[in-house]
Design a protein around this ligand. Structure first.
Ligand code: BJW
Ligand code: ZN
Length: 290
């Protein structure tokens, strides 16, 4: 057999996955509780999209040109160098446009569909990649917005936009390997509002650090969280608020909380009811098939 570097790495990945079969006794207990649940909340973070090839924020591939996301995903950086921030988002838009939902996204979507008649399943995602929707999830709250929506900085109009590239000036830019920490793209060449009486600079319709989450969503959370019986917390480092507080709030309001993460649970980390270690594309299909 002729092994290339890629095929060896893919075989190794498959072998690794075989070791991630989750503990059957814990799984059986979880499934028993899930079966009885009337309202289920899925809180997802970047880890659920890792197996779709979308880098996480705080993992080994999380840096873009040596910058961590907090240095790009904030309004001050956009004011200082909108071209650089747009290059970062252009890179991610193009990457996500080629990505497909993985078995984890699909397991969540199929669970919601199968239980449309007997459970209310609500997916709250911190991800902006739209992969839950692509997988078929219907009842979805995108807490941090969506990378394929733009918002006008002048008139606030929000529009869907999947253009590739979003404007000619961004074509061929945004490589994470390049060392440049400033952009040569002039503001006038970035995407602008097409309304004749506006023409404002467009920005990605996402929530940056220091910006508030849409208040209307908070009213929704209150209801969803207070009525939840079982919550699945998937692939999040639980560093960024307000999402980082949700598992504790869910647990305090009586919900069973099960975490799904590729990392081993550290002895000092908070403990909820279940912790399933492994890639969520492997663990979720096992946990959600009934
Ligand atoms: C796998 C896996 C596999 C890998 N399978 N698992 C209270 C206390 C302290 C601070 C604050 C607070 N309230 C507000 C703040 C300030 C700030 C904040 O939280 N700062 C912290 C850093 C301390 N929060 C805000 O500013 C928020 N606004 C707000 O609350 O407004 C009101 C307010 C304002 C100001 C002051 C007080 C109140 C807004 C936060 C917006 C975050 N935006 C970003 C960018 C979005 C757009 C974009 O994508 O570009 O959202 S930052 C980035 O982090 C992104 C993510 O959604 C978010 C969370 O990351 P996530 O999903 O957890 O990813 P990672 O990479 O961290 O973790 C991946 C996990 O997956 C790891 O655990 C891996 O092990 C695991 N994994 N592969 C399963 N295959
Ligand atoms: Zn406008």
């Amino acid at each position: 057999m002729n092994f290339t570097k890629n095929s060896i790495s893919s075989h190794r990945k498959t072998l690794n996955y075989l070791f991630y079969s989750i503990k059957q006794d814990e799984l059986a207990k979880f499934k028993h509780l899930l079966k009885a649940a009337k309202q289920v909340v899925v809180l997802s973070g970047a880890g659920i999209s890792a197996e779709s090839g979308v880098p996480t924020f705080r993992g080994p591939d999380g840096l873009w040109r040596k910058l961590d996301p907090s240095m790009l995903a904030n309004p001050a950086s956009f004011r200082d160098d909108p071209g650089l921030v747009w290059e970062f988002y252009h890179y991610r838009r193009e990457l996500v446009l080629r990505a497909k939902p993985n078995a984890g996204h699909i397991a969540v979507a199929e669970y919601e569909k199968r239980h449309a008649h007997d459970k209310l399943v609500t997916v709250i995602t911190q991800n902006v990649d739209g992969l839950h929707t692509q997988a078929g999830t219907k009842n979805l709250i995108e807490l941090h917005g969506n990378i394929f929506k733009t918002r006008c900085t002048k008139c606030n109009e929000v529009l869907e936009n999947t253009d590739s590239p979003i404007c000619p000036a961004l074509a061929g830019t945004g490589s994470p390997k390049c060392d440049k920490l400033t952009s040569d793209i002039r503001e006038k060449d970035l995407p602008h509002c097409k309304k004749p009486d506006c023409g404002g600079l467009l920005r990605p319709h996402v929530v940056w650090f220091g910006e508030t989450i849409d208040f209307r969503l908070f009213e929704k959370f209150d209801v969803v969280i207070s009525q939840c019986n079982v919550a699945l917390v998937i692939g999040t480092s639980s560093i960024v608020y307000p999402a980082a507080a949700f598992p504790t709030i869910l647990s305090a309001s009586g919900s069973i909380v099960a975490e799904f993460n590729i990392e081993k649970q550290s002895p000092t980390s908070r403990k909820f009811d279940f912790y399933f270690q492994g890639p969520s594309a492997v663990t979720l299909p096992q946990a959600l098939n009934d």
